[in-house]
Design a protein around this ligand. Structure first.
Ligand SMILES: O=C(CO)COP(=O)(O)O
Length: 254
């Protein structure tokens, strides 16, 4: 398990082949930041081309089906992602929970299927503003973790958790450093409960309006092991400013 800071771009439903130039630029510049693990999850249609166009960055899916194959029109399985060149998959993003009715149980089944196919997994959790205002942020996130973390024998392998408060996604509102710190500590405690010592090694990413300007402060918070970045991952320039903020040292020349 790597302990490098992990900066992951989630392109969501954005990107056609013309945007591969951004991925190439990110890939080239990533060589200057050997202390950072960088990845992009493009739409399914770009996974294979992005894999072939890049050398340094990880490439991932944004969802997968529980089954390996079958009569599931429009779905993509974990072995298919692997076959297309993906290294990992994002699961349980709040947009999938809200817009596709994904339950914790389904997310857990997907996570176990993805791990069985050899993919790394990023399980996303996060409360809505209503849940936070009602004082339930911690209990909501804890319940999501209880329900959606993979439990197989090797459940902690290549697993990351992304804390993405729903109200911070695409809104320009970032959780306060105190709130991020408090929630990441709770998540760490839960990971240790579930996985024992291995729970200490799992990276906990923050997501929600991360930009180059706020990345240094967010990435400096204890227990923040990286960032899951939406809008700012769509251009090489803005994404690389976040990668640079995660670099433990000055970039190598190149
Ligand atoms: O949902 C996100 C990443 O998965 C965050 O999106 P933004 O960075 O656009 O707020």
């Amino acid at each position: 398990m790597s302990n490098l800071p992990y900066i992951v771009g989630n392109w969501k439903m954005n990107g056609t082949r013309s945007m591969l130039s951004e991925a190439r630029a990110i890939d080239r510049s990533t060589q200057r930041f050997p202390g950072v693990q960088v990845a992009i999850a493009p739409p399914f249609t770009l996974i294979n081309a992005m894999r072939e166009a890049s050398q340094m960055i990880g490439v991932g899916g944004q969802d997968c089906h529980v089954e390996a194959s079958g009569a599931f029109t429009g779905d993509i399985s974990a072995p298919m992602l692997r076959d297309a060149g993906a290294d990992f998959v994002i699961l349980g993003h709040s947009e999938r929970r809200a817009l596709h009715g994904e339950t914790d149980e389904l997310i857990r089944d997907k996570a176990e299927a993805a791990q069985a196919a050899g993919l790394g997994v990023i399980v996303c959790v996060g409360e809505t503003d209503g849940e936070r205002d009602a004082g339930n942020a911690e209990s909501v996130v804890s319940a999501q973790l209880d329900g959606s973390l993979p439990r197989g024998e090797n459940g902690a392998d290549k697993l990351s958790v992304a804390y993405e408060p729903v109200w911070a996604i695409g809104t320009g509102r970032v959780a306060s450093t105190d709130d991020i710190s408090a929630m990441h500590s709770i998540i760490r405690g839960k990971l240790k409960d579930v996985y024992g010592e291995a729970g200490d090694e799992i990276r906990i990413l923050y997501g929600g309006s991360v930009k180059g300007e706020n990345a240094p402060e967010i990435l400096a918070i204890d227990e923040v092991g990286g960032a899951l970045v939406g809008g700012a991952s769509l251009s090489a320039e803005s994404f690389l400013s976040i990668v640079g903020a995660a670099a433990p040292e000055r970039p190598e020349r190149g």
